[in-house]
Design a binder for this molecule. Sequence first.
Ligand code: NAP
Length: 551
Amino acid sequence: MPKHPADYDAVVVGAGFSGIRSLWELRQRGLSFKCFEAGADVGGAWYWNCYPGARTDSEAWVYTLNFAPEIREEWNYTERYPSQREVQHFLGRIVDKFHLREYIEFNCRIKSAHYNKETKLWTITAGNGTAVTCQYFLPATGPLSIAKAPPFPGLKTYTGEWYQASNWPKSDVDLRGKRVAIIGTGATGVQIIPKIAPAVKQLTVFQRSPSYVLPGRNYIIDQNQTQEIKCNFDATLYAAKNHPNGLAMKPSGKTVQDARDADKVRQTLDAGWEEGGFHYQFETFDDIFTNAESNETASEYIRQKIRAIVHDPEVAETLCPKYPFLSKRPPCGHFYYEAYNRPNVKLVNISKQEIDLYEKGIRTTSGTEYEFDVIIFAIGYEAATGALSELDVRGLEGKSLGGNWSKRIDTFAGCLVPGFPNLFLICGPHVPFGNMPVVVDIQVNWIGQTIAYMEQKKLACIDVTENAVADWSAELDETFKVTVFAESAKASRSWFVGANIPGKVQTVLFYFGGVPAYTAKLEREISAGWPSMRFIPSTVTNGVGHDVNGI
Ligand code: NAP
């Protein structure tokens, strides 16, 4: 006899890193499940973001799934920062190796998820009318999957081609010999610009704010290094899980404040800069996150590098950010600043003026017109809350998740939302800021253990107490407050506080207390017997919850 009349124990939405990791977890726990994916293949962000130059900013050895020892056999990345194509293929090999593909329905975008208090089940409905019921709902819809729509009224009059980086066509886009504009100089724009510059006739970059771009220093991983990485797989992932941002890097234990000697400071920053990528902020001085003066030292160092690389002093100065380093997520560049030395690359500073599109291209408020054959939008995402706010998710009393989140975002450790029983968030708001595959692994492991507990105790529903949510909100604020960029993140329109989307509630969207502290919190919850939760046993049919902890 089935324990409930649902179609599945669990439904997962999305087949990127977090969706795939969830499918594996559910199967290990002996549950029935189904996954719906809007794309035609697995990958999530790594399926859609096939724009020129797309590759990871985290190193290959930590940007990986690791739920089973056999994964290292499939680990065949060939570059320090794997390309979009490699990451997507890796995920494809994983779902095939572990026979997870058969559970995924592709080309199926979910439109709504409604909770029924009487049946204690979720009904998940797709755009094509398919509807299924389940006990546990696991949206694995990604923290950066809903692109900001181009907010330019003139777009409808523009007669040239235009593309959104996050939804780049699967067929080749021929940019050769064309006059191309790109709007946006975050991590996405920074990857596209040097990649397409050699092909196009003229590339015009519309920059509202500059980024602090760290040199990626990508390289090919040869067989010897592959061997070494595979041998050290477990140790590397252990190191990543013990790093505040989920990377296999070691905090230096040094501070700019203690160093005092300017030459020593420069030497250390040189070493981080030469190592490439995120080593610059994580392995040089620990206090650049918390001390304004130290942060300014690291910021000015990057500005000096920009001035040294870019030949035209005026262009160099326009590329130099003035806000504190780390107020926005720094991108990894691959000869990004060097691209501005090309005669066919032009930088237009739009920090003090608006732009709009017109029939032939882009017009600034000062009246200058630029004609283009192609315009590329790389203007960012509605981070953390975007995908779930877009989905019509309704919990107890028909309350809308997106509606709630337009005013205030409450969760328990980014896993549960009060009033939305059996909804397990994955990689939504309030997870640690850092390398997402590592964060996903920790989070999904906790969700798996929680579901296993419910199954074992025959509990129909889990909801989180308001006190636990309030404690978590306080912890989010406390840990963010100590960073040097708590205020400047808002002023510089950073997505990790929601400030990049006009009208969005501005609050810290990620946990800055670090991966180890996050893991410890989740482990404490389990070892103490889920004290932050209210459960409803399967026998209760009127939907009124009571605490079964201690019954
Ligand atoms: P982003 O960092 O939010 O950058 C968006 C850019 O568009 C900014 O330069 C922004 O300027 C500009 N912009 C937005 N609205 C505009 C407007 N109305 N007019 C003119 N300019 C406008 O977005 P992103 O580059 O897509 O990156 C988002 C995140 O995705 C990254 O931080 C990263 O975490 C992730 N990502 C990762 C990778 C990777 O790992 N390889 C690659 C790409 C993206 P303002 O700053 O002035 O608002």
